[in-house]
Design a binder for this molecule. Structure first.
Ligand SMILES: NC(=O)c1ccc[n+]([C@@H]2O[C@H](COP(=O)([O-])OP(=O)(O)OC[C@H]3O[C@@H](n4cnc5c(N)ncnc54)[C@H](OP(=O)(O)O)[C@@H]3O)[C@@H](O)[C@H]2O)c1
Length: 264
């Protein structure tokens, strides 16, 4: 009989929201996990909750914007897990800025965290993924497919991920690796609390639509069920995800709808 080896997963953004829910869902499947983000106490809380289901959970703090530190963290991930079956990107921030008014530092910060940080971690994780014919899963957004009012910086960073990871997929599929881009609709997490405003200060309030969105644990369970077939793209959410289809097939109609809609 062959011995069952638990899947090895590195979850970025595991201190909160979608990343935390995904880490817990993998823990319930008996996975070995490394949890990363900046807030250590929150990561340790996720670790504690995961340890109810699996013994192999490590915390490795990481700041996506500090790309020079990423190789060192990857080396420690390797010492825990050896190879990587799944690299799961859920780390990120959002914006509530006006395109013409936001400070350039805010535009850059969004790209540093949501784009450069994510691709940097992917590069340092690649040898571990190659060993396992691994799977890179990237949480982008409906805003990775279309722009709306007050999300210009966020939408730009998420569109960039689609371009980069579509290219990566074509390059690494021949080596047996996979890339899935995930576009969630409104998921109930504290994401907008920390949204960057024009001057870089945090918005400090929750988006009403997000508060009423899909619970993160429901999202995680729907997503994990879909990932086994290694799809190129997954879209999960409520009626709002229809906007992705409209953008493709009826862009003028979508524009008219967005112009009239209250964006929170
Ligand atoms: N909630 C939604 O409706 C929704 C919809 C579409 C897409 N998304 C995407 O889903 C992902 C997860 O967001 P969420 O909704 O779960 O919000 P969240 O609860 O605020 O989680 C964001 C995660 O990103 C981490 N993070 C932020 N800045 C970081 C940095 N500089 N370095 C490392 N980690 C950082 C946070 O951890 P620390 O603060 O501890 O670093 C946290 O773990 C994001 O990429 C977001 O764009 C969310």
């Amino acid at each position: 009989m062959t011995k069952h080896t638990p899947p090895t997963i590195w979850v970025l953004g595991a201190s909160s929201g979608i990343g935390k829910a995904v880490a817990l869902a993998y823990a319930k499947k008996g996975a070995s996990l490394v949890l990363s983000a900046r807030r250590v106490a929150d990561l340790e809380q996720t670790q504690k909750e995961c340890q109810v289901h699996t013994d192999h959970v490590w915390v490795e703090p990481l700041d996506l914007a500090d790309t020079s530190s990423h190789q060192g963290v990857a080396d420690r991930v390797k010492s825990h897990l050896g190879h990587l079956n799944v690299l799961f990107h859920s780390g990120g921030i959002t914006s509530r800025t006006e395109a013409s008014e936001a400070a350039m530092d805010v535009e850059r910060r969004m790209m540093e965290v949501n784009y450069f940080g994510v691709i940097s971690v992917t590069k340092v994780a690649m040898p571990m993924l190659e060993n396992a014919k691994g799977h890179v899963v990237v949480i982008t957004s409906v805003a990775g497919k279309l722009g709306t009012q007050f999300r210009s910086a966020y939408a730009a960073s998420k569109h960039a991920l689609h371009g980069w990871f579509d290219s990566l997929r074509l390059e690494i599929e021949t080596k047996g690796m996979h890339v899935t881009l995930v576009c969630p609709g409104y998921i109930a997490t504290p994401l907008t609390l920390h949204a960057l405003t024009n001057d870089g200060s945090a918005l400090g309030e929750m988006s009403e639509k997000q508060t009423k969105g899909m619970p993160a644990y429901v999202f995680a369970s729907k997503l994990l069920a879909k990932l086994s077939s290694k799809p190129h793209e997954v879209i999960i959410g409520g009626a709002e995800v229809m906007s992705i289809r409209l953008k493709r097939w009826a862009p003028k109609l979508l524009h008219a709808i967005l112009k009239r809609s209250k964006v929170t």
